[in-house]
Design a protein around this ligand. Sequence first.
Ligand code: ZN
Length: 241
Amino acid sequence: MTKGQKMLDPETIHRNVNGGWLRPAVFGAMDGLVSNFALMIGVAGGTKAIGAENTTAIVLAGFAGLLAGAFSMAAGEYTSVASQAELAMAEIELEKQELRENPETEIRELAEVWMKRGVSETVAMQFSKELSNNFDAFADAHTSEEFGVTAGALPSAKLAAISSFIAFAAGATVPLIPYMFGFTEILYSMVISLIGLFGAGVAVSFVTTRTWWYSGTRQLLIGSGAAALTWFLGTTIGAAL
Ligand SMILES: [Zn+2]
């Protein structure tokens, strides 16, 4: 350790690489913001092309987009996490069956994992044998070495579904905020959405190695690109109707 270097708690040195709750929350919110902003802009452009910007249509589209998107995100997340957990549970059961049927082979197998990392055979075998007296700990050691999961640490599908619903809805609410306060021009919605996009980009920079301004600007450009595209499509389709 050199002078001036901060003393770090060894447990907190690493970024939480599998993201924890922050990563999915930020990306879910960004998803909601980009898609609802683009949707509302598209409807604004379309109704303008027909005659006049129709606030009712824009707000209805915004709320429908919020709910549809949040439900679809939650359902997708639920299915994905649940099937992942079911697959893992099936593999864990299979491994436990092997542990019951061939305890000696499995003790040897686990010992070899550590021997490959340089632990002597005597120590590795003794460790593995002692660990096998606690069936659950022995099973956890096997499953985490063999396929990276343990029975007690599987992600919850319900929690994943609820949090992605909330995250998407929170992001999708942003372009609707001005309308809630009686500002019924799409311009206000655009301004607050662009600020939100920049903010979401900055939030992403906390979980990546990018600088806040790079991340913020990138998100701003991506989001406004999507909105510009739907505005164009909205006006083109609106004009053709
Ligand atoms: Zn095994």
